[in-house]
Design a protein around this ligand. Structure first.
Ligand code: FE2
Length: 180
């Protein structure tokens, strides 16, 4: 499973702290152990259950968010670095983990992935934090997971969580809004 996760997420190598990189990988391994989804499923299922017949896959969208977040963080460092400190490892790790809890929002029936009942009680920001804390992921990164979605609107987001929140939104809203 560890090799499967490394294959899905080449962006793990962007995390400079080897200890953090290992904990992020471990979080994904734990999620797969609790999910009916297999690594290959992420290259086939739609990235969200909120858009009917969504044309982008889970992995395409989640990796895109990581790439947007990293580049946005680099731009903020380049131009605002003397005024705002951005923890690049927290941005990349947080973006890779933001939706890990989605693996627990699925169940399989007749070979098809469909929404699980757990989803209405605990959406993925909550289960994602639980998985990450079990794997020893530091609080600053758990904060990114917790605050990456609309649940985080009541939270004073860190700069890293703000970046990941907006990276997720800009790659989600065009699908939700439809063609313009
Ligand atoms: Fe999410």
């Amino acid at each position: 499973m560890r090799e499967d996760v490394r294959r899905l997420w080449p962006e793990l190598e962007w995390i400079r702290d080897a200890g953090l990189r290992e904990k992020v990988l471990e979080t994904w391994v734990r999620a797969f152990h609790q999910s009916p989804l297999k690594p290959d499923d992420l290259e086939e299922i739609p990235f969200t259950q909120l858009v009917p017949e969504c044309p982008a896959t889970f992995l395409e969208h989640k990796r895109c968010v990581v790439h947007i977040a990293r580049r946005a963080a680099e731009a903020m460092q380049q131009f605002l670095g003397s005024a705002l400190a951005v923890d690049m490892d927290a941005v990349v790790a947080g973006a890779i983990l933001a939706d890990v809890g989605l693996l627990l929002e699925y169940e399989k029936a007749d070979g098809e992935a469909r929404p699980s009942r757990r989803r209405s009680a605990l959406r993925h920001p909550f289960t994602g934090v639980a998985l990450a804390m079990e794997a020893g992921v530091p609080e600053a990164v758990c904060h990114v997971i917790a605050a990456h979605s609309s649940e985080g609107d009541l939270v004073n987001r860190s700069i890293e969580a703000t970046i990941v929140r907006h990276a997720g939104l800009m790659s989600f809203l065009p699908f939700k809004s439809g063609p313009r």
